[in-house]
Design a protein around this ligand. Structure first.
Ligand code: SF4
Length: 545
């Protein structure tokens, strides 16, 4: 069990360890591809008429992504997974924090730098039906990012002729696309497409392997006296792009004739293949795969997962794989991050997190995996209710309103069901004070739809009516109800928190190291507490706390 000294700061290095993935899913000492620090993405919809606080979809997450790894991102729907993925690739604006790649914060890029980052990253969307334009042929869809970025860039490097000037048309004038582009000596996207090696007697030309361009398509003449290299590509950008699309279709298991078909002529699995081809078009290094198989038949899911793994191996890609299906993530991920209400609850090597979950939320998710695939040997851990609104997350641990292992005060001496009822009553008051939901909706969200209270008194009756509260505790509850009845819901909630709350209601836990590259944000990792699995097990058996 870790103690407090091993915790890392939320603003510091909360990533567990630093380095690139090795085969055990842990890390070596190298720089990550991407470092995310205290990232926040809020949706502020306040208007003159509405003063609702912003939706905190991503609320202070920090982690690293290493070259060539697959980082799984799991959690219930609405926890912020998709928003996080979209923020990393620049499809959403970050409200705060940083996403650093090679020392540059990519959340604030503009102009060419932004376009270059957009080229280096891509996204495969959940619903292939929605992500493709039905009025575009499949070929046009895959080609669209190539057109938008005016791909290929055709930078030319010259070796063996110092200070050479590169001139000439890299694209033939016969075509309307890319007409007149001058070849430049240097790299425009970190890569060189054409390399000219000059020696005193001759010169050699090579073309980057992954381009649909052969050596025969490139005309080069060298004038050593004037140190000038003239390059002409005898193939238009339009042709290169079309051939690139053919290559991509082939790579994802489709063929050239599919170029001219429309998305509605394809099955779900084929459409997802098109989505993958489109995401690969600009030769990205990093892909966010947002539930890429969730909308597909089970029989098709395995084929798409295999395809993604093959492509990753072949192209050396780095993946963020978002899913709510934990079994799928276990299969593909090297490391896994568990997200709850905009925060990362646990992050570590997939095998460690799956076989020995540390955080109560991870445990509850894993216990819900049906059959022998579940690593949890006890009963299924049922979470009550739904996650709180991301407009108004709990003040302490984000999981405190539903946690089956929540730390309880020593006094008063209550059973776990009564503690939960008191928690729920506090949430009712707190939510009423935000006027976001009615009492009825809040209660239903917390304990299911069986109760139908119409007033504060009724809510108290439903939650605490037949429970044996010590007289002091009962007096406190009565006082809180009186405050709420007179419209002071905030004070009522604060009174209950002061009387019945614990550290879980006050502190957003730091990241506690659980092993190499493995961390969990739960106060139960401190030495003075019993750990979460044991606590849950004990409570399930009704043996106290
Ligand atoms: S800090 Fe408390 S509420 Fe949060 S996960 Fe741990 S035990 Fe549960």
């Amino acid at each position: 069990m870790s103690d407090r000294a091993s915790a890392t700061d939320a603003e510091g290095d909360p990533t567990g360890s630093v380095g690139s993935r090795n085969t055990s899913g842990t890390t070596d000492d190298t720089d990550p591809f991407m470092s995310v620090r205290n990232l926040r993405t809020y949706y502020d919809e306040r208007t003159v008429l509405s003063r609702d606080p912003p939706v905190k979809a991503v609320d202070g997450v920090s982690f690293d992504v290493y070259d060539g790894e697959t980082l799984g991102l799991v959690g219930e729907s609405g926890c912020g997974k998709t928003t996080l993925g979209r923020t990393l690739v620049g499809l959403e604006s970050a409200t705060g924090g940083t996403v650093e790649a090679e020392g540059t914060d990519v959340t604030n890029l503009s102009g060419n730098e932004q376009r270059e980052w957009q080229r280096r990253v891509g996204m495969v969307f959940q619903d292939p039906e929605e992500s493709l334009n039905d009025r575009q042929t499949v070929g046009e869809s895959i080609r669209e990012p190539l057109d938008a970025h005016d791909w290929p860039f055709l930078p030319v490097a010259v070796e063996g002729l110092p200070d050479a000037t590169v001139s000439g048309k890299a694209v033939t004038a016969a075509d309307s696309v890319g007409n007149g582009d001058s070849a430049t000596n240097g790299e425009t996207d970190g890569r060189t497409d054409i390399t000219v090696r000059v020696d005193p007697a001759d010169h050699e030309v090579s073309v980057r392997e992954k381009l649909p361009l052969s050596r025969d398509d490139v005309e080069v003449s060298v004038d050593r006296d004037s140190a000038t290299v003239s390059v002409t590509v005898e193939k238009s950008k339009r042709e290169i792009r079309r051939d690139r699309v053919f290559d991509l279709l082939d790579r994802v298991g489709l063929n050239e004739e599919h170029y001219y078909r429309y998305p509605h002529q394809f099955s779900g699995g084929q459409r997802q293949r098109v989505g993958i081809a489109r995401a690969l078009a600009l030769e990205p290094e990093f892909l966010v795969l947002d539930e890429p198989v969730s909308a597909l038949d089970v029989s098709v899911q395995a084929r798409i997962i295999n395809l993604l793994e093959e492509i990753q191996d072949e192209l050396g890609l780095t993946y963020l794989f978002i899913a709510h299906d934990l079994a799928v993530v276990r299969h593909i991920a090297d490391r896994v991050a568990v997200m709850y209400l905009g925060s990362i609850a646990e992050l570590g090597p997939a095998e460690s997190v799956y076989t020995d979950p540390s955080h109560p939320y991870t445990l509850s998710l894993l216990s819900a995996i049906p059959g022998s695939g579940s690593p949890w040997s006890g009963e299924r851990v049922q979470l009550r209710g739904t996650p709180p609104s991301p407009r108004d997350p709990p003040e302490g641990c984000p999981f405190a309103t539903r946690c089956p292992a929540k730390i309880r005060p020593d006094d008063p001496d209550l059973d776990e069901e009564t503690w939960r009822a008191l928690d729920e009553l506090r949430v009712v008051f707190r939510t009423r004070s935000r006027a976001e939901f009615s009492t009825l909706e809040t209660i239903k969200g917390l304990v299911g739809a069986e109760v139908d209270p119409e007033s504060v008194e009724e809510a108290v009756d439903d939650l605490l009516g037949d429970r044996n509260l010590p007289s002091d505790a009962r007096e406190t509850v009565d006082e809180a109800v009186d405050l709420a009845v007179h419209g002071n819901d905030d004070e009522a909630a604060a009174l209950l928190r002061d009387a019945f709350g614990s550290r879980c209601d006050e502190e957003h836990p730091e990241a506690y190291q659980r092993g190499e590259g493995w961390q969990s944000r739960c106060l139960r990792h401190e030495a003075e507490y019993r750990d979460a699995p044991e606590t849950i097990d004990t409570r399930e058996r009704g043996d106290g706390f």
